[in-house]
Write a protein that binds this ligand. Structure first.
Ligand code: TYD
Length: 218
């Protein structure tokens, strides 16, 4: 069975924690599983990641930013995601196509249908079967990350995290619209719930969707 799961959300929504928890759960169930993230996950993607995320005085045109994310994605799909799915390995990705629609589309203002076309080209049509959206007010999410150890010089935030609260509100709005338009693919969870509870809800959703595969461990 081919199964591709993506996690999405604003900064500080808790994606990375949930990706880890689901990955460990599947490993314990002896499911062949691979976790990856965007931007990154390949040698090229890992070189593009700091270009995209380090705080920088260098101006980024919205289209340049979008193409860099797309470049990282095209490499990840070809090198990692498709080969793994072809081997019936479950793939979990921390961010994917919807991040570009939410951030570069809804928040930066690039035409959504253009991003959708480019996403299709970059991924060769490889879409997730399930997308977990951890929904949280970005004000709370940004507060959460500000209490983490500083990862970058300056205010400690990366280039996107340093955007205005209004920008992040647009991102959240974009995600919620995407979830509304793609009800079958999205599973929306309130990111303010305790992490164990969120993990349990995600497991229950997997059992609901794929009972023959996941019922025994849930
Ligand atoms: P993030 O996933 O939040 O990683 P970390 O947990 O290490 O901070 O960082 C990725 C950033 O890139 C995040 O701010 C969202 C942004 N992004 C886009 O703007 N567009 C995209 O297409 C992708 C994949 C990410």
């Amino acid at each position: 069975m081919r199964l591709f799961i993506t996690f999405e959300g604003v900064e500080g929504a808790g994606k990375t924690t949930q990706v880890e928890m689901l990955h460990s759960f599947l490993v314990d169930m002896r499911v062949s599983v691979l976790k990856t993230r965007e931007p990154g996950g390949t040698a090229l993607g890992d070189r593009l990641r700091p270009v995209l995320l380090e705080p920088s005085e260098v101006p980024f045109a919205p289209l340049s930013e979008m193409f860099l994310y797309m470049a990282a994605r095209a490499q990840l799909v070809k090198e990692v995601i498709v080969p793994a799915l072809n081997h019936h390995t479950v793939v979990i990705s921390d961010r994917y196509v919807d991040s570009t629609i939410a951030y570069q589309g809804y928040a930066r203002g690039i035409d959504i249908s253009l991003i959708q076309r480019l996403n299709k080209t970059a991924t060769n049509g490889c879409m997730p079967h399930l997308t977990v959206l951890l929904d949280i007010d970005p004000e709370i999410g940004l507060q959460r990350i500000s209490s983490k150890p500083l990862r970058f010089i300056g205010n400690g935030k990366d280039r996107l995290e340093s955007e205005s609260l209004d920008f992040h509100r647009q991102v959240r709005k974009g995600y919620l619209l995407l979830a509304e338009k793609n009800k079958d693919r999205f599973f929306v969870v309130n990111g303010r719930r305790p992490k164990e509870e969120i993990h349990k809800l995600i497991r229950q959703e997997l059992v609901r969707r794929y009972p023959e595969r996941f019922a025994k461990g849930a």
